[in-house]
Design a protein around this ligand. Sequence first.
Ligand code: FAD
Length: 441
Amino acid sequence: MSTAQPSGRPTWSNWAGNQVARPAAVVAARSTQEVRDVVRDAASAGQRVRPVGTGHSFTGLAVTDGVLLSLEHLSGVTAVDRESGRVRVLGGTPLHVLNLALDAFDLALPNLGDIDRQSISGAIATGTHGTGTRQYGIASAVTGLRLVLADGSVLQCSPDEHAEVFQAARVGLGALGVVTEVELQCVPAFRLRARERGESLSAVLERVQAEADAHDHLDLHWFPHTDRVLVKRNDRVPDDDPGRPLAAWRARLDDDLLSNRVFEAVNRVSARWPAVVPRLNQATSRALGTREYTDASWRVFCSAREVRFRESEYAVPRAAVVDVVRAVRDWVDRHDVALPFPVEVRFLGGDDVWLSTAYERDSAYVAVHQYHRMGDGGLFAAFEAIVAEHRGRPHWGKLHTLGRERLAELYPRFPDFLAVRDRLDPERLFGNDHLTRLLGP
Ligand SMILES: Cc1cc2nc3c(=O)[nH]c(=O)nc-3n(C[C@H](O)[C@H](O)[C@H](O)COP(=O)(O)OP(=O)(O)OC[C@H]3O[C@@H](n4cnc5c(N)ncnc54)[C@H](O)[C@@H]3O)c2cc1C
């Protein structure tokens, strides 16, 4: 992601390639002490600092012309209490490393998103989430954080220790300090039975609220220009359930070939001949047909996503989900636009994390995507107008155009977050242009 340039300045870009930075330096710290040194050195050189995870955010959150601080070497589990399920991990630990390590202790995160490449700190900083009406975002599992603050000091926070900082820093946008260690409340390892099949979107929307409650994790992928939706129903099964994982060849065929290589080819064809997209979407939705298997939770939740795209995702009140999906569908039907990527719909219970998109609101998430080589034809702007009518809250790591004023209307604890920021980082050592738009100068 980061390469040296003849000018001496490295170039950094995010996973999707839509955010590019020319930082003064990219530094990979190996310890909390090194993070403190980087922060202090940057402050005395008058430079700003942006912590970065694995660069999977679509927004300009990590972009800086100052010091880009990577925690990729700060990875691994540092303490495990098997009785309580409390686990401490270093701030740069990727989720795939964490999932494997937890499994070895018969533990797991209660819920995960679609992929496992992100760092734990990056995932919680933007409110990364999976699906399930009785589930919460990953940040809800956080019980403690160790932060390096703008003055180079180290602060340990939890619900009992510096509670205000803890409430702000769980979904903290990297605006309050550098997270070097995270404590997580894990659950006993569990298995899920996955049932996936193509259905009619119109029929699924008629009963979607009941379906969402009937399953532990309901995930919809609607293929625009068609009435086809891939419905993923994942449910916990007892340990002695006889269900089996997918055969290795089938998993490779589905994920590697169909979801990645063939899908990349489909998208390249779509970029060249957009008129064929409706027919291709019919074919793709049928190719990703019925399958049923049982596996460790984290293997069911996460899969590889190699085809590059751009994405916008909003959380709306759960009751609004059908109106939002129908409005997006109407818009697509009325416009000359080609969308090879599915629209994803997920659910989450309301939580108490100040800047969580599900703060005190049972939520549905609707996400629109576009292949990285194709324009969105106005979809993202139209989508924002649709969700605005339902007080939609944008995923912090995905594309949106909202700024401080609107965000303050959407988040009751926004002023409290700003007050913590003012106290911890009055000089905006951790600032950048994107944060100025979101939070103000
Ligand atoms: C293919 C793909 C699939 C995705 N699937 C989902 C999904 O299913 N659900 C979902 O909710 N999101 C999803 N996302 C979004 C993704 O989870 C978030 O954008 C997440 O923040 C990425 O983590 P990262 O480690 O790459 O963080 P980065 O993008 O590198 O950084 C994100 C933010 O975290 C901050 N940060 C990083 N490390 C630290 C640290 N140590 N201390 C303080 N701040 C820090 C950065 O400053 C920045 O503000 C997906 C993204 C992609 C590209």
